[in-house]
Design a protein around this ligand. Structure first.
Ligand code: DGL
Length: 267
């Protein structure tokens, strides 16, 4: 059974991994955290595209995955076209679930909470124009929230007032959004804290939809490649990191706790 690759700047893609492994517990995963480039939010588009293309290229050569998930909105909104040209396997991107939020919103006011990169991308403008033209859309970009999510995952304490401050653009709006899109894969890690600050909001993420897409693509792949039956017993996940930093100890621990073997300095 060929593995799939999941890539993000850090641990945010674990929220996508969790949905995928809930649906397909037999599927081996190679998770790449580009911790040397973390966070992607403030980086230039060219820089993000270059990093993703470089590391996914190496991973595909080394591990021959059946598909790759770019579990990062900041990178997907800018790099998908290029990496789909460069790689021959299917690439699943993660982009903000604007359509879902707009469809379910009762008051036709939705929020987008993402990185500063994602909120200002033309890809995001197009999503809003195509799927939420009947809604008022309030956008808030935050790199601090990405760090808070990583900190929580590393077991460090996070303070509720920081979440209240980050959500201020939604809380202080005249018309408040009833649905807010978590347009960064890190943010479901702090859903509880976000909900405490805005208890009436429905938080929308893309994790489950991505898992369904992966399942449907793998169904197509296994039907056409005759790869035989799969054993649930033999599943092995591997986490690789692009760099070493002071946080790698706790980052590696978070992956180990989720059943990953951990390798650093793979590149
Ligand atoms: N997890 C990422 C996303 O979905 C990127 C966070 C960052 O590195 O800024 O956007």
């Amino acid at each position: 059974m060929h593995p799939i690759v999941i890539m993000d700047s850090g641990a945010g893609g674990l929220t996508v991994f969790e949905e995928i492994s809930r649906m397909m517990p037999w599927l081996p995963v190679i998770y790449c955290a580009d911790n040397a480039g973390f966070p992607y939010g403030p980086r230039s588009e060219e820089d993000v595209v270059h990093r993703v293309s470089h590391y996914l290229g190496i991973l595909c050569q080394k591990h021959t995955p059946s598909l790759a998930v770019l579990a990062c909105n900041t990178a997907s909104t800018v790099a998908l076209t290029r990496i789909r040209k460069e790689l021959t396997i299917p690439i699943v991107g993660v982009v903000p679930a604007i359509k879902t939020a707009a469809t379910h919103s009762r008051n036709k006011c939705i929020g987008l909470l993402a990185t500063p990169g994602t909120v200002k991308r033309s890809y995001t403008d197009n999503l809003i124009e195509d799927f939420a033209s009947d809604c008022e859309v309030i956008r808030a970009g935050s790199t601090r929230l990405v760090h808070l999510a990583e900190n929580k995952l590393h077991g460090e304490p996070v303070e509720q007032h920081e979440f209240d401050e980050i959500l201020e653009p939604f809380k202080s709006a005249q018309k408040k959004p009833d649905h807010i899109v978590l347009g960064c894969t890190h943010f479901p890690l702090v859903r509880e804290e976000l909900s405490k600050s805005m208890p009436d909001v429905t938080w929308v993420d893309s994790g489950e939809a991505i898992a369904r897409r992966v399942s449907s693509l793998l169904g197509d792949i296994t039907h056409t490649s005759d790869s035989g039956p799969v054993s649930e017993m033999s599943v092995n996940h591997l986490a690789v990191f692009t760099g070493e930093n002071e946080a790698l100890g706790s980052l590696a621990r978070a992956f180990k706790m989720r059943g990953f073997d951990v390798l650093d300095h793979q590149f």
